[in-house]
Design a protein around this ligand. Structure first.
Ligand code: KPL
Length: 302
């Protein structure tokens, strides 16, 4: 890590997958300078010609305010560091950064127990054929997990773009479990069925999805007590709405399986099943779905 003094509101970004690129595009849209760690050389090359598709609109992705570096060692200290990475990459990265002064925003699925600000993305993006494909309905909730440092008030403004609406939540732990519940239904099923999110729309009231949501709801209630404002019924309605707005999306877990990458299943359904066990609440459906995804992942892609 280079030693330079972090000026107020300076921003670094780690992660150049679809979500990281969505954020980079938003910083450029608001003319916010930022340092972007893009470790993959092929990805760095592709960025020059990347175009953006937002709903029906084609945009040129001009990464004018980005300073791209190729390793974390080249990242100067910044006031904020945004990690747009997979759930299982968060802890190793935080350990590697060893930069306690930085304010961290972690944008990832799953359960997290770190002193960071958490970003929950209700939406998604896909990089395919030299295009970053997304919609206008991505919502990002930002909130502090216990012990997080820094005031994230500046972040929604520098991320405001036609494809991203960011806001601050003061109940982020409850929201983390809420998003987890929805991911526990959408991600493994779209990965196992190899289908876009929209295919699940007619099945949100099926016994399988209802069972998954009921299990997560019970564990979340035990974890959060009165701070858990949801019910299986409310989760069902929210799941329906999320599937509707992300109908054409290919879920991150489906994409991970297809690309032969490690999936986030250990941080989603299997994490719920493990938390359930600790509370004496068996979660057979989350456990089985989790194991099926693990089996498929271990079998590898053809
Ligand atoms: O978070 C997602 C993911 O794919 O990981 C959803 C919201 C389900 C969008 O696909």
């Amino acid at each position: 890590m280079l030693s330079s003094t972090a000026s107020d509101n300076s921003i670094g970004l780690i992660g150049a997958g679809a979500v990281g690129t969505l954020f980079a595009a938003a910083f450029c849209h608001t003319h916010k300078p930022f340092i972007w760690v893009v470790r993959n050389p092929q990805r760095r090359q592709e960025l020059d010609a990347l175009r953006m598709v937002v709903g029906e609109q084609q945009l040129k992705l001009a990464l004018k305010t980005a300073t791209i570096v190729d390793s974390i060692q080249d990242l100067p200290s910044t006031n904020w560091l945004v990690l747009a990475v997979k759930a299982h990459q968060v802890q190793p990265l935080v350990d590697q950064l060893q930069q306690p002064a930085v304010n961290l925003l972690v944008v990832a699925n799953g359960l997290h127990d770190l002193a960071v600000h958490l970003g929950l993305l209700y939406g998604g993006a896909l990089v395919a054929d030299g295009r970053l494909i997304t919609t206008t309905s991505n919502e990002l909730l930002i909130g502090a997990l216990p012990g997080a440092s820094g005031d994230p008030g500046v972040l929604p403004d520098v991320l405001a773009a036609p494809w991203l609406q960011a806001s601050i939540s003061d109940v982020i732990r409850a929201r983390m479990w809420h998003k987890l519940a929805l991911n526990c239904a959408v991600n493994p099923l779209t990965a196992l069925l190899d289908c876009p999110n929209g295919v699940l729309l007619d099945s949100v009231t099926s016994p399988l999805i209802q069972g998954v949501l009921t299990e997560v709801d019970a564990v979340a209630r035990r974890e959060l007590g009165k701070q858990w404002p949801n019910s299986t019924r409310g989760l069902t309605a929210d799941l329906h709405a999320l599937i509707e707005t992300t109908a054409d999306n290919s879920s991150s877990m489906r994409e991970d399986l297809r690309a032969g990458r490690e999936t986030e299943i250990a941080r989603l359904n299997l994490a719920v099943a493990a938390a359930g066990l600790r509370h004496g609440l068996p979660c057979p459906l989350n456990d089985k779905l989790g194991n099926m995804v693990s089996l498929l992942a271990n079998r590898g892609t053809p």
